[in-house]
Write a protein that binds this ligand. Structure first.
Ligand SMILES: *Cc1c(COP(=O)(O)O)cnc(C)c1O
Length: 356
């Protein structure tokens, strides 16, 4: 039976990425050696790193003055590296969920944090919009896509202080005006590569302003100076990321990717809205994520939750269980998820409706 992969992360990758990476695990760039066993200083791997950085910049149209880094440690290490490199006297954060809270916790170790708004009162089912960012904040941190709750900030915000964004789960899902951001970062395992590599886009001129001594590995400048080769980079995930970037370029870039994502998410949201037995969990339509689509059994149908889960699982729907803090279901519709998988899930939802 065909499996449809709706996992939230690690999650579905293009077949192109998986096939090319699998081949390179046996014979990388005609070296006769595995990608796993070659020096990261070999000219073949340096070429991979260079191409990944340049394609990353090309697809996101990253302006001059920014660096693209491939690091270890996950987005969670960035929660600490951001204040470590930027925090002087005060930082502002938008609290839109569990990941935002983890980022806030790290920043508080450095000093005053102004949480300008929070949607915790409604279990993060919306994006707060009515807030002001203090002019004297060193930076303002947002989580553009809230993977757990299915909310997304789909517009690039205009703010009066440097903007920092965790884009772990919506990077490359749409064009982004990078010039509005000072740092964009994320774990690659949602939309780009297998787990193990973290991307950071950083505006060079924001660095070097903090006055505490800098640990070498936690200083962005170390990795900028050595082009992500200060220490051994996660070679296999970087290679896989390059394959996904090539796949995106072949597909027509981010404008095209956005069109496909709007279509896929739209189909599923339409079905959730139409169906009498399901309802969406996000309060306002404009906040609905294109990447993680959360829904629950509608009022009166709660008792069918487990039955639907089993029904869908038996029909090849993998990874649709909602996060424990939201319950119900979450279908992640990342870039690589084919439209056929969305159609298959909709059919299963309709077939289940007929059984009750
Ligand atoms: C998955 C996720 C993270 C955590 O990433 P790690 O690489 O596991 O540290 C952080 N933020 C968001 C929005 C995520 O979806």
């Amino acid at each position: 039976m065909k499996k449809h992969n709706f996992y939230a992360g690690p999650s579905i990758l293009p077949q192109y990425t998986i096939e090319n990476t699998a081949k390179a695990l046996y014979d990388f760039a005609d070296t006769g050696l595995s990608l796993m066993e070659i020096s990261h200083r070999s000219k073949q791997f340096v070429a991979v790193m260079d191409e990944a950085v340049s394609l990353f910049k090309e697809l996101l149209k990253i302006p001059e003055g920014y660096s693209v880094l491939f690091l270890g440690g996950g987005a969670s290490t960035q929660f600490a590296m951001i204040p470590y490199n930027l925090f002087i006297k005060k930082a502002a954060y938008l609290n839109t969920g569990a990941w935002a809270k983890k980022a806030i916790k790290e920043a508080k170790i450095f000093g005053e944090v102004d949480v300008v708004a929070s949607s915790e009162d409604k279990n993060f089912a919306y994006i707060p919009k009515d807030y002001t960012v203090p002019d004297d904040a060193d930076y303002f941190h947002i989580t553009t896509n809230n993977t757990i709750y299915g909310t997304e900030i789909k517009k690039d915000l205009d703010v009066n202080v440097p903007l920092v964004a965790d884009m772990s789960s919506d990077i490359f899902s749409r064009p982004v005006d990078v010039s509005k951001y000072t740092i964009i970062y994320g774990g690659a395992q949602k939309n780009l590569a297998p787990a193990g590599v973290t991307f950071v886009i950083v505006k060079n001129d924001v660095l070097g302003k903090v006055d505490h001594p800098m640990l070498t590995m936690l200083d962005y400048r170390t990795h900028i100076d050595k082009e992500s080769m200060f220490n051994t980079p996660p070679c296999v995930p970087v290679f896989a990321a390059l394959q996904t970037l090539k796949w995106l370029k072949n597909l027509g870039g981010l404008e095209e990717m956005l069109k496909i994502n709007v279509k896929k998410a739209g189909m599923l949201y339409d079905e959730i809205d139409r169906s009498p037995i399901f309802k969406g969990t996000v309060l306002h339509k404009e906040d609905r994520s294109l990447m993680n689509i959360c829904f629950v059994m509608n009022d009166g149908y709660e008792k069918y939750e487990k039955e639907f889960f089993d029904f869908a699982s038996e029909r090849g729907m993998i990874g649709i269980k909602g996060h424990r803090s939201v319950g119900g279901f979450r279908a992640s519709t990342y870039n690589a998820l084919p439209i056929e998988s969305v159609e298959a899930l909709i059919s299963v939802m309709q077939d289940f409706e007929k059984t009750i």
